[in-house]
Design a protein around this ligand. Structure first.
Ligand SMILES: Nc1ncnc2c1ncn2[C@@H]1O[C@H](COP(=O)(O)OP(=O)(O)OP(=O)(O)O)[C@@H](O)[C@H]1O
Length: 252
């Protein structure tokens, strides 16, 4: 195992605005160790989602190199990178196929990067496993395995998205404000589930959040983006000393 899981070297992202190029990311350098859980903070427009998009290949980089688990993925298509990288979005509707049942969604996710086969025999063979997996959410998902996901609550659907994102142990988990659309109680439950899965599977994880309490409470490293650059990078020890008041200063 290498001691660096994700290496972002001199990554720049530009977009054309009219006749001029605007820099969204300016020579970002970030080195993340295996099992690190990094919270990502920054004001609106700082470049957080653009950083995720550069890592997943959803925006082209103007320069630099991205390496994941020893593979140079800089020139790989997003579909290929998706075998290694899982992402959970803010909108619970983004992570699941709405007309398919919970169990079918889980079967699909378990086949990530492999040949797809969705027969009822394959499904039935894995129902007990999926029930155990869904039970850990504590929100009744295990009782809803045969329901289309469009009938689930936002919290259940986001819990399912999280299970689907992590069940094949991705090399990198990207959480893109994944609790922002949920009420405080549900958001807490999803964060507790997130923490449990990330620790148990020893996942390398980046989590964008605007919830300062969550940014402080979770993870063992924090970066703050400002104007397309990493303005602050706190290791576990420095992060543990930070307060909400310190963070508010960055956004003041
Ligand atoms: N395709 C694009 N073309 C032009 N500008 C873009 C494009 N994508 C993003 N931007 C701009 O780039 C900047 C960074 O956007 P980004 O979504 O990365 O910010 P963010 O830190 O994730 O913000 P938020 O907290 O609001 O989600 C913003 O000013 C945004 O408007």
């Amino acid at each position: 195992m290498t001691d660096v899981q994700l290496q972002v070297e001199n990554v720049a992202v530009n977009v054309a605005v009219g006749d001029t190029a605007r820099a969204l990311l300016k020579n970002i350098n970030l080195s993340v160790k295996p099992g690190e859980f990094v919270t990502v903070l920054g004001a609106n427009g700082a470049g957080k989602s653009t950083l995720f998009n550069a890592i997943t290949g959803d925006v082209p980089v103007a320069g630099g190199r991205i390496t994941l688990a020893g593979h140079d993925i800089t020139d790989e298509q997003p579909e290929r990178r998706a075998r290694l990288i899982a992402r959970v979005f803010q909108d619970p509707k983004m992570g699941t196929a709405p007309r398919m049942t919970v169990a079918e969604n889980l079967l699909l996710a378990s086949r990530r990067g492999k040949r797809l086969s969705l027969g009822s025999r394959q499904l039935n063979a894995r129902l007990a496993e999926f029930k155990t997996l869904a039970a850990q959410t504590g929100n009744g998902l295990d009782q809803a395995l045969n329901k289309p996901t469009e009938e689930l609550s936002g919290g259940q659907r986001q819990a399912l998205s999280l299970l689907m994102a992590t069940m094949t142990q991705p090399e990198l988990l990207l959480l893109d404000e994944h609790t922002a659309a949920l009420d405080p109680h549900t958001s807490k439950a999803i964060m507790t589930l997130t923490q449990a899965i990330v620790s148990r599977e020893n996942l390398t994880c980046l989590m964008i959040t605007h919830q300062l309490e969550d940014a402080l409470a979770y993870g063992n490293r924090m970066i703050v983006l400002k104007d397309g650059q990493i303005a602050f990078d706190y290791d576990a020890e420095a992060k543990a000393k930070l307060t909400r008041a310190d963070l508010l200063e960055y956004f003041g």
